[in-house]
Design a protein around this ligand. Sequence first.
Ligand code: GLN
Length: 195
Amino acid sequence: MKIGVLDLQGSVTEHINMLKKIETVIPVRVKYKDQIERIDGLIIPGGESTTISKLLKSFDLMDILKKRIKRGMPIWGTCAGMILLAKKIDGSDNAHLKVMDIDVKRNAYGSQLDSFLIEDKIPDISKKSIPLVFIRAPYITNVSNDVKILKKVNEKIVAAKQKNILVTSFHPELTGNDCVHKYFIRNFFNNNFLL
Ligand code: GLN
């Protein structure tokens, strides 16, 4: 199975390295339209959402990506990736791909210096505590009825899914713990997300 990591800006190599550990996956860096047509699923890494959005436009990837996501291609956005997938960004009239029924608040915990690491369980993903790394992270402020909340930290939603779309405020690719990558690969393909 070919899983792409959007290779425009951000923690691309870290996601590729995590995917390399999963036997059934062939990880590929993607930045051109024809590559997006040939992948089975995609990860949008953390980084800076405004920058990634500008690059999506200059590489002419917005439409093809939206089309593939709407047709059911599994996609996971980490941190900036989550912001790019949201239909609404608090305090802004603009959003980017607008495919997931969530509102997000950018830089919701404050500045870079307010970044933090905790260890916690995510019942659907890991029964054991796993490291959750928040770097100038967003959280979700509102969800529609068919969005499933996967994790809250201090009452704030930091992981959720809707059909073929998974989002996390935090960065599993920076931790060495591959639970969330495995969860994405095991649960979002073969139409499992419809269950
Ligand atoms: N603060 C960044 C943004 O708003 C996201 C940070 C991250 O991806 N670690 O895009």
